[in-house]
Design a protein around this ligand. Structure first.
Ligand code: AP5
Ligand code: ZN
Length: 210
């Protein structure tokens, strides 16, 4: 199954991608994680993307299209994948279509902006492995430490309130038009993302299996 997870920043795409991937045994492809990894490794692409990310702006289309194209050619994508955070603009969606990639379903995780701001302020991520937590909704077993690798939990630089507002603005202007794009293709399914993580997972898996 080839899936796209659509939704505002902080809607829970990464959280739900984990559940879907564990259930369907397919990889999650998160452009945000790939860019952060490139930045951590000091690559030219990562460093060029940093200025956009820090402001809450989208990275230029040609950069992300290139990394997704390469990633989808890897062997582990043969039996399906979940795209988390891509496409995010109409030109990115058109590029995916032009690559000849067949998409089965596009799941939109729908969460209002007010909830997003609360979620982002409580998110903490592992500085070592990138695993994601929340101070209230998804606490680590030991405060401030990653369950998997013991790494320190930190706030993402783009999760500060001003940047979150900028990211939401980008989302409404550039990503929201994708809903109509995929609705026209008969692929869009909307899931209520305001429930807790487990209930949202149930709704998301039901939407995939329907
Ligand atoms: P990216 O990393 O993709 O960020 P995003 O889309 O803004 O999404 P997030 O990772 O912030 O949130 P999420 O929806 O995955 O939510 P999560 O599950 O973590 O992109 C970052 C930047 O990279 C962009 O701004 C851009 O610059 C660049 N970029 C990336 N892709 C790009 C592209 N295609 N084109 C151009 N630029 C690109 O959940 C959030 C928090 O809420 C967590 O703490 C979680 O524990 C908690 N939570 C989740 N679900 C629930 C729930 N149901 N109830 C309560 N809490 C919950
Ligand atoms: Zn970790």
């Amino acid at each position: 199954m080839n899936l796209i997870l659509l939704g505002a920043p902080g809607a829970g795409k990464g959280t739900q991608a984990e559940t879907i991937c564990a259930k369907l045994h397919i990889p999650a492809i998160s452009t945000g994680n790939m860019i952060r990894e490139a930045l951590k490794n000091g690559t030219e692409m990562g460093l060029a993307a940093k200025s956009y990310m820090d402001k809450g702006d989208l990275v230029p289309d040609e950069v992300v299209i290139g990394i997704v194209k390469d990633r989808l050619q890897q062997d582990d994508c043969k039996n399906g994948f979940v795209l988390d955070g891509f496409p995010r603009t109409i030109p990115q969606a058109e590029a995916l279509d032009k690559m000849g990639v067949r998409i089965d379903k596009v799941i939109e995780i729908d969460v209002p902006d007010e909830t997003i701001v609360t979620r982002m302020s409580g998110r903490r991520v592992c500085a070592e492995c990138g695993a994601s937590y929340h101070l209230v909704y998804k606490k680590p077993k030991v405060a401030g430490k990653c369950n998997f690798c013991g790494g320190a939990l930190v706030q993402r630089t783009d999760d500060h309130p001003d940047t979150v507002h900028a990211r939401l603005k980008e989302y409404h202007a550039k990503t929201e038009p994708l809903k109509a794009y995929y609705e026209k293709q008969g692929k869009l399914v909307v899931v209520d993302g305001q429930e807790d993580v487990a209930d949202t997972s149930r709704l998301t898996l039901a939407a995939i299996e329907a």
